[in-house]
Design a protein around this ligand. Structure first.
Ligand code: TXA
Ligand code: MG
Length: 349
């Protein structure tokens, strides 16, 4: 792969400077790749209508071809040319959750390149809730395809430093716009059936969605033990978000979690392994062996979402052999957090 001279542009997330946004937007218009912050994680953007530019996203990330991309828009009117029809359910969702961390699956129109949809007849669309993303998309005046701006398989980037770590020299521009707020990716929702299906849990929770529809379910293939079902969201079949170390998620009652982690940690320690413990603030004082990092407060799961990927990267930097993580309740955004933890662990519990 040709090494590029990546331009790093610092932009004020509260009041994005028009001149700087224009530089980045021009790169997108010319078919280049620009990493930018959203409210969930950093995205790696390209003109969604330019098949060549979209192909370059896959190259830069090392992403499997069959994993489709989300198209990002800044105004509802942008959707018209991308989809065949807009179902009634979608109007309700867009009104309530956009801009925000909800990706909706639509029947695609012909102008959407095959490269984006991985050959599917559908296209995933969302409107991010971040001043830099919105201004950039408006200035480019294009729909922007953007997966998370990490090397495929690594934890998603929640800070521009993570993007630099993975993609410096491989893309045209990295916008530095501060840490992202939510920290886990958007919820991917299939509304083709009577009951909306969550294909990937994320920033908008099942509870949030059930304020709009009486019932919302998860794709059954997301459940542990359903290895024979094929997830409807192709990205869900890969081991993802993986730190370099092995990882184990310990689930159960809060007290027994801590006890099990202490025992596991001792066992690995005695085997000569360097252990990292990903702890909640409720338990972190209980661990005496291993490198302990507090990921957040188990009663405020949004604090865990915000630092989960950063902590996984931190353990890589420290160079631990094994990460032992505390599981949390799957309520609200806890569902998305546990989905990411289990994937990072390759389902070891
Ligand atoms: O929060 C986010 O969604 C971030 C930011 C940058 O917007 N983006 C993101 O993109 O997480 P990515 O590519 O890392 O994940 C996209 C997910 C994948 O699991 C993919 O399989 C799924 O969306 N997806 C995309 N198009 C789809 C489609 N037509 N049908 C089902 N799943 C789809
Ligand atoms: Mg991703």
């Amino acid at each position: 792969m040709i090494r590029k001279n990546t331009q790093i542009i610092k932009i004020d997330e509260n009041n994005p400077e028009s001149g700087k946004i224009k530089i980045a937007a021009d790169v997108l218009k010319k078919g280049g790749l620009v990493a930018f912050p959203t409210e969930t994680v950093y995205g790696l953007g390209a003109n969604a209508l330019d098949e060549k530019a979209v192909s370059n996203i896959f190259m830069a990330k090392g992403r499997p071809d069959d994993n489709p991309l989300i198209v990002h828009i800044a105004d509802i009117s942008q959707i018209d040319s991308l989809v065949e029809d807009i179902p009634e359910k979608a109007f309700k969702l867009m009104e309530r959750f956009w801009p925000g961390p909800l990706t909706i699956i639509f029947n695609r129109s012909k102008i959407v390149p095959d490269k984006i949809t991985g050959g599917l007849s559908t296209v995933a669309i969302r409107m991010p809730n971040h001043k830099i993303s919105l201004k950039l998309i408006r200035e480019a005046n294009l729909p922007i395809a953007a997966p998370s701006a990490n090397t495929s398989g690594r934890p998603s980037p929640t800070d521009s430093l993570h993007v630099i770590e993975d993609l410096n020299g491989k893309i045209d521009v990295i916008i530095e716009g501060g840490p992202t707020g939510i920290g886990v990716e958007s919820t991917v929702l299939d509304i083709s059936g009577d009951v909306p299906l969550i294909l990937r849990p994320g920033g908008v929770t099942q509870e949030d969605l059930e304020e709009v529809f009486p019932k919302v379910e998860y794709d059954p293939a997301l459940s542990i033990g359903e290895a024979n079902l094929v997830p409807k969201s192709p990205g869900q079949k890969y081991r993802h978000y993986s730190p370099k170390a092995d990882m184990i998620v310990v689930e159960g009652e809060v007290k027994s979690i801590a006890q099990s982690i202490i025992e596991l940690s001792n066992t690995y320690h005695n085997e000569g392994k360097k252990v990292g413990i990903m702890a909640t603030s409720q338990n972190h004082n209980k661990y005496s062996s291993g490198t302990v990092i507090t990921v957040g407060d188990r009663n405020k799961p949004e604090t865990i979402a915000a630092s989960l990927f950063k902590v996984l990267r931190k353990f890589d930097e420290i160079g631990v052999d094994i990460i032992i993580a505390e599981g949390i309740n799957e309520i609200g955004i806890g569902k998305a957090i546990m989905n990411r933890m289990r994937k990072a662990a390759g389902k070891r519990r």
